[in-house]
Write a protein that binds this ligand. Structure first.
Ligand SMILES: [Zn+2]
Length: 69
């Protein structure tokens, strides 16, 4: 319980570990905020593409849906 209270009180920058600044929450500065953003972008671009369209090749045919009651 005490630990949680302490953490909420003095949050730390996840990048460098300094105390966070309210202006750049949850970071301590714009620089750390940018660093984190950069990591995010890099991670997103690094995610492999999921080609489930080509996985089984069983997509519903286009244009033949006139049988819907
Ligand atoms: Zn920082």
């Amino acid at each position: 319980m005490n630990e949680i209270a302490r953490q909420t009180k003095a949050a730390q920058c996840p990048i460098c570990g300094k105390a966070t600044d309210v202006a750049f929450k949850p970071f301590c500065s714009k620089r750390c905020s940018d660093i984190d953003l950069n990591r995010w972008l890099t991670g997103v671009y690094a995610v492999p593409v999921n080609d489930d369209e080509d996985a089984d090749g069983t997509r519903p045919a286009d244009g033949d849906e006139g049988d819907r009651s």
